[in-house]
Design a protein. Structure first.
Length: 207
């Protein structure tokens, strides 16, 4: 009897295991892959948020520094120097307008003579009114603002929109002084850093 049972067990073989649920095998494969992927995704999201916050903070700092320099232009020593310069050129406006009108209408030797007359007029007016210290105050402000824009601490778009035309007008009014005092207009490179030069108004054809 015992031999019969042993023989039956040998013929029937080991008991067969039932089929495993389909999801059990997939879970053991997918979970190890999903966890690192989620971790990487979270790191990327955190990095993007950090970059966005840093960019926003830097933009706020640039705007604050730009506004600080804009305030200097509109108040304090820089504004006082600008006011004195404006008053002097306003007082001499009629003489300057007459010379500029002659420059626009002359050519050849006459044009060269009027240019010399205008250069002398500018230099003599600066000396008569003692404007050199005030010109230097504004010039140093331009250099500070240009340096701030160049190193990325000031917003160029804001500075250009607020001060571009006024700073170029300052350069044009004192162009002969800069040529005489500095052997050239070294201020131009600083001004181009702050704002592009405004387009010159179109001249009407001569008759």
């Amino acid at each position: 009897m015992l031999q019969t049972e042993i023989w039956h067990d040998m013929l029937s073989g080991p008991p067969k295991a039932g089929p495993a649920p389909w999801w059990r095998g997939r879970r053991t494969v997918s979970l190890p892959l999903i966890a690192p992927a989620l971790g990487i995704l979270m790191l990327l999201c955190g990095a993007l948020l950090a970059v966005g916050a840093y960019t926003h903070h830097r933009a706020e700092l640039r705007l604050a520094e730009t506004n600080r320099l804009l305030d200097q232009f509109r108040s304090g020593p820089v504004a006082a120097s600008r006011a004195r310069l404006g008053a002097a050129w306003l007082a001499e406006g009629a003489r300057q307008d007459a010379l500029l009108a002659q420059l626009a209408s002359q050519n050849g030797n006459d044009l060269a003579r009027i240019r010399r007359d205008h250069q002398l007029f500018v230099l003599e007016t600066i000396q008569e009114y003692g404007l050199a210290p005030d010109i230097e105050v504004v010039r140093q402000f331009v250099i500070r603002l240009a340096t701030c824009v160049r190193v990325g601490s000031c917003d160029r778009n804001v500075a250009s929109a607020q001060l571009g035309p006024a700073l170029w007008a300052f350069r044009d009014q004192h162009r002969h002084y800069f040529q005489f005092e500095y052997s050239g207009i070294e201020l131009d490179s600083h001004l181009r850093t702050i704002a592009p030069r405004p387009a010159a108004p179109a001249r009407s054809p001569r008759r």
